[in-house]
Design a protein around this ligand. Structure first.
Ligand code: NAD
Length: 474
């Protein structure tokens, strides 16, 4: 029943991949070198937060289709299909660090070499699911061949899931991309993915370099959209336009659309920042150049800086000693506990370096933040407790639970009711209620709004749209 699959790496991608393949009736072994992770998983505890994942892990583990191990020998001997899902983080020079992936290739080669010929009825298919620069499959193949003379087939199958919606994305992918070099590989993978594309979404089969490139091109495009809208937002802010209105007017053009065009504090996470830099590095290595993507990265890094400068400017300069600043949201986006490259980390660090005391709330990312930043950041169990005696609130993540605050809580709890909204979370009615309550509200790409504490004309925000704000300092 089902195919025999080994998934290498139980991070966000490996764990979701292994669990979803098991849920589709396959026999899956998830292998990791991290003993703590595997121990947790064996006890039914997911090391990551991903909505719906725990339940699916438990169900498939109980059914005997999903197993977790650190035993390479066993894991590699069992799987006919091996998915490599290890990390490809950013090296210091911006290129993708292939250390983990080549390490896995070496392990696979060693394991295949030790198998007796009878065990390998058909050659194993080794599939790179990690996001890798073009040419990496060739390197992986060579590394395996350095350790075994036995046959295997390579394939590329980049993953497009989004953290926070990973199960849905995996189970109903917009498309599946397969890079294959051997004609016999494609039918096997079509069969494996058949249950996931029953609604007719396409499986694209192509050469391996193109498949590797599809993933980088997709992430580079999405990152470009975010940096683009942030750059326009900054212009809006400098000239007194409202990015919300500009966005409405612009995005109704069907050629443009409205996806991934939300202004904010910039993108973060374990993919866009490193993948854009890896593209830049690919360009550099071939003497090609990628000025657009270099700028996308630069605009993104600057966006966090501009936002924290806005906060410092509000307090009159560069010293915020003695100021207590509340932070809502640490995760790089809602729906995940992932804080890798999260804008919140840069913003908090800059404020702390300038003397601020930080008190934060995040529904799921607190433990990861404590691990990274120690006790420099205090945590609250709920968003409102965070507000007590705060001189400002900074919103870094667009969690749903932040979207309907009671303005009175800001006024009664905070030392001064000032909000810096890095996600432009609130609609005009909510902003109206903020103004009526006397709250000062900063966002991205719009004028600052200062609430009117004088009740005689409390409906009118105390802003003059004709007066452009001074451009924020970098
Ligand atoms: P991760 O860092 O969360 O997990 C990687 C795991 O691999 C770790 O648990 C690590 O211990 C394990 N590992 C490392 N070397 C190993 C080895 N030799 N044998 C067994 N296990 C090993 O990574 P992730 O976020 O899941 O990303 C994995 C890859 O998928 C990356 O290339 C990433 O760019 C890509 N990707 C990530 C996402 C995402 O949303 N996180 C989405 C699409 C693609």
């Amino acid at each position: 029943m089902g195919m025999k699959i080994t998934v290498v790496g139980t991070g966000y991608v490996g764990l979701v991949t292994g669990t979803c393949f098991a849920n589709a009736g396959n026999n899956v072994i998830c292998l990791d070198v991290d003993e703590n992770k595997i121990e947790k998983l064996k006890n039914g505890i997911s090391p990551i937060y991903e909505p719906g994942l725990d339940e699916l892990i438990t169900r498939n583990t109980k059914a005997g289709r999903l197993k977790f191990t650190t035993d390479m020998e066993w894991a590699y001997s069992e799987g006919d299909i091996v998915f490599i899902c290890v990390g490809t983080p950013c090296s210091e020079d911006g290129s993708a660090n292939l250390g983990y992936i080549l390490g896995a290739a070496r392990d696979i080669g060693d394991a295949i070499e030790r198998l007796d010929a009878k065990t390998i009825e058909t050659s194993k298919i080794v599939i790179v699911k990690s996001t890798v620069p073009v040419g990496t499959n060739v390197l992986v193949s060579s590394e395996i061949q350095r350790h075994t003379k036995k046959p295997f087939r390579m394939a590329s199958n980049p993953e497009f899931l989004k953290e926070g919606a990973a199960l849905n994305d995996f189970n109903k992918p917009d498309r599946v991309v397969l890079g294959v070099s051997h004609p016999s590989t494609s039918p096997v993978l079509h069969e494996l993915y058949a249950p996931f594309v029953r609604q007719g979404n396409p499986i694209f089969v192509m050469d391996i370099p193109s498949a590797e490139m599809v993933k980088y091109a997709s992430n580079a495009m999405l990152a470009t959209k975010i940096s683009f809208i942030n750059e326009i937002a900054n212009l809006c802010e400098s000239y007194g336009a409202d990015i919300g209105e500009v966005r409405r007017g612009m995005c109704s053009d069907r050629r443009i659309g409205n996806q991934f065009l939300y202004p904010g504090v910039g993108y973060g996470g374990s993919c866009f920042p490193k993948d854009v830099q890896a593209c830049v590095s690919m360009g550099r290595q071939t003497r090609g150049s990628t000025p657009l993507l270099s700028a996308v990265h630069e605009v993104n890094q600057r966006q966090r800086q501009l936002f924290s400068t806005k906060i410092l400017d509000h307090f009159g300069g560069h010293d915020v000693s003695g100021k207590r600043i509340a932070i809502w949201g640490i995760a790089f986006k809602q729906g995940t506990d992932d804080i890798r490259e999260a804008p919140s980390i840069s913003i908090m660090s800059r404020l702390m370096d300038r003397g601020a005391e930080i008190v934060a709330y995040d529904p799921v990312a607190a433990d990861n933040c404590k691990e990274k930043m120690g006790d420099r950041v205090q945590f609250c169990d709920n968003p409102v407790d965070c507000l007590d005696d705060a001189d400002a609130l900074v919103i870094c993540t667009e969690w749903g639970e932040f979207q309907h605050p009671d303005p009175e809580e800001f006024v009664s709890r905070m030392r001064s009711p000032v909000i810096f909204d890095g996600r432009n979370l609130f609609n005009e009615y909510k902003l109206q209620s903020f103004m009526e309550a006397g709250i000062t509200y900063y966002s991205v790409g719009r004028n600052v709004m200062t609430g009117n504490t004088n009740t005689s004309d409390s409906n009118t925000p105390d802003t003059d749209p004709a007066t452009p704000m001074a451009p924020a300092r970098t």
